[in-house]
Ligand binder design. Sequence first.
Ligand code: HEC
Ligand code: HEC
Ligand code: HEC
Ligand code: HEC
Length: 384
Amino acid sequence: MKTSSEKPGLFAASFAAVARAIASAVGLVRTHPWLSATSVVGFCAVIAVCTLALTLERPPLHVVQTGFRGTGMQAVFNDHDLLAEARLQHADAPLPAVQLAGRPASEVYKNVKVLGAVDANEFLRLMAAMTQWVAPATGCAFCHSLNNMADDSSYNKIVARRMLQMTADINRDWKAHVGEGGVTCQTCHRGETIPSGAWFVQPAPYGTRGLTEADSGQNIVSPVAGLTSLPYDPLTPFLLQANPIRVTPTSALPSGGVRPSINQTDWTYALMIHFSDSLGVNCTFCHNTRAFEEWDQSTPHRVTAWHGISMVRAINRTYMNSLVGVFPRAMRGPLGDEAKVSCDSCHAGAYKPFFGASTLSAYPALSQVSQDWTPPAAPGGAAP
Ligand code: HEC
Ligand code: HEC
Ligand code: HEC
Ligand code: HEC
């Protein structure tokens, strides 16, 4: 709100500044005969060229065709951006294989609830990998009290146990989205304890009152919607709740699954900007923009994305939500809810996480996770 009311002022100020500069240039040429009109024009030309050079995108650009010829369905990539991106999209080489112990972890360790069936040596190799993926800075102590590895008092250990179940579930049940390559902890965490794109339900920013009370969740610059004034929290209705995303009626009196209104279209567009941002692509990666709703004119990527929407809802409702009592207050959102996953959590700006590279097959333990454990309402000993 503040920004939009400031805009006209800013515009007037810059207009006045330009007018003053022109007036003083004209004045200068009159009073200083040695300053020719040509040199002033030349100076302005240099400024104009510099401005253009800084504003336009630096070549080379690459255009990848994503639909039929002539439909303008193209993704534009800039080599410099891709190079910068490549550093973030780098999957660690798998840790060296270990000699199997021949005994499951459940026989060797005291308190294994989900990895009991894993070979004891493979178990430790996974611990080392998890440390590298999630908490390289803190090490084992991020989840363990080092004098008793069986102790469960760190909430991070409880969260990690649930994350193991979640990762196994994604790889087993959501192949329609993640393919055979699947995901590891690194797909989301990438060396950080909090993955990119983790989000909370957003409260209305400032109490709108009286006539302006219904702000429809918009008219505030929203980072998740690409710094537009579209609704500032499109993730709650679509990636947590299962509200219909479609807005284009296919019959005269639409019902069920379609919510045709300008207001609803704003919400859908805000979500779509999140998709595009998260994947580093434009709308034509998935749609033929002459008819957003038509599936037979869309690319196969849109079908993958459709499965992705259901997957993210399931992750958030089944796994993230079960941790609400485990996360301490300081790790929860302004309304006391747990952190949630978005498209950006795995994609981090690329059309495929790690541009399609996968190390899942090097960690067979990630597919041997037991689902027979549910997180407690609050971690043992830790204050909620
Ligand atoms: C991201 C959290 C996390 C990190 C980091 C981590 N662990 Fe673990 N660790 C766990 C979880 C979760 C379990 C319990 C697994 C289960 O219940 O099946 C566990 C269990 C163990 C156990 C079994 C203890 C017992 O007797 O029950 C050992 C040993 C262990 N970890 C070693 C390590 C070592 C060594 C490191 C550092 C290289 C490490 N862990 C880093 C989460 C972590
Ligand atoms: C689909 C994405 C995703 C995957 C895959 C994933 N995580 Fe997470 N993880 C999250 C999100 C989101 C959070 C919540 C971050 C926050 O608290 O803001 C989180 C939080 C955590 C935390 C608590 C961090 C803190 O400071 O509160 C631990 C520990 C953790 N994950 C371990 C793991 C381990 C171990 C794996 C692999 C077995 C894994 N995660 C896989 C998304 C993921
Ligand atoms: C990664 C793929 C992807 C990208 C990129 C994407 N969309 Fe979508 N879009 C979808 C999917 C999937 C649906 C359908 C969701 C459903 O049916 O529940 C959809 C639905 C829509 C709809 C509603 C269609 C209807 O049936 O009423 C509109 C409008 C739309 N997108 C606009 C956009 C715009 C504008 C952009 C660019 C800012 C964009 N999309 C980018 C995947 C994508
Ligand atoms: C749990 C991690 C994860 C999350 C969350 C996730 N994706 Fe994906 N996505 C993947 C993986 C892994 C692939 C690669 C699959 C493959 O190689 O076949 C992928 C592939 C895709 C593709 C196909 C790209 C191509 O070039 O074929 C699209 C489109 C896509 N995701 C959209 C989305 C959207 C939209 C969301 C949010 C609603 C989302 N994804 C959330 C992991 C994820």
